[in-house]
Design a protein around this ligand. Structure first.
Ligand code: AR6
Length: 183
């Protein structure tokens, strides 16, 4: 199994194994960016490669961004309408990292909602180059997204995990939340 969802007030939180740049049924994808919104590596390298050079041309006028801030651009050659660029906390450097990570997710969801986006896909923010241990980041990500779904008009949020190992960490968190939900 590499896909699972839970129902939050008739809205969906879904986790999948995949590539954030290959989510054609989703209106907006989130870029785990650097403060200058440059292509970089990891998720942001993949997003800029697929979107084309127009993305950086457009995004650079919005930089620099602060930790947990979110900004929105068109998605250019990606199969989505928008890219929401955000800056997650660097583990061990930006404090308090748990609050900052939660705010990062919330600011993306609120910005998506302002743009009337109904479906949004996140990568696992800060758990690559920024070094946030995924076991600590996953529950914060899932809790923030559940809160965001409750507070906004979004109807679905997908978390796209790059590896089965990362997916199984999130799967454990989602399974626990599912058991705690009223049936
Ligand atoms: N689709 C989905 N997930 C991915 C993909 C992909 N194509 N590629 C990597 N991941 P990272 P960060 C996973 O490093 O830690 C960048 O250079 C990856 O396995 O992209 O927030 C920026 O420019 C990991 O679990 O983001 C910043 O400088 C997760 O996505 C900095 O890295 C996040 O990995 C941001 O670091």
């Amino acid at each position: 199994m590499n896909r699972r969802y839970i129902n939050i007030n008739n809205k969906i939180l879904e986790i999948v194994v995949g590539d954030i740049t290959d989510q054609p049924d989703i209106e907006a994808i989130v870029n785990s960016a650097n403060k200058d919104l440059k292509p970089g590596g990891g998720v942001s390298g993949a997003i800029h490669r697929k979107a084309g050079p127009e993305l950086y041309e457009y995004a650079k006028s919005l930089a620099p961004i602060k930790v947990s801030q979110a900004v929105i651009t068109p998605a250019f050659r990606l199969p989505n309408k928008y890219v929401i660029h955000t800056l997650g906390p660097v583990y061990g450097l930006d404090k308090p990292e748990d609050k900052l990570l939660q705010q990062t997710y919330m600011n993306c969801i609120r910005l998506a909602d302002e743009y009337k986006v109904k479906s949004l896909a996140f990568p696992s923010i800060s758990t690559g180059i920024f070094g946030y241990p995924i076991e600590l980041a996953a529950p914060l990500a899932v809790e923030s997204i559940i809160q965001g779904l409750k507070e906004t008009n979004l109807s679905m949020v997908r978390i796209v995990l790059y590896t089965f190992e990362d997916y199984s960490v999130y799967e454990g968190v989602v399974a626990q939340k599912d058991r705690a939900l009223p049936s």
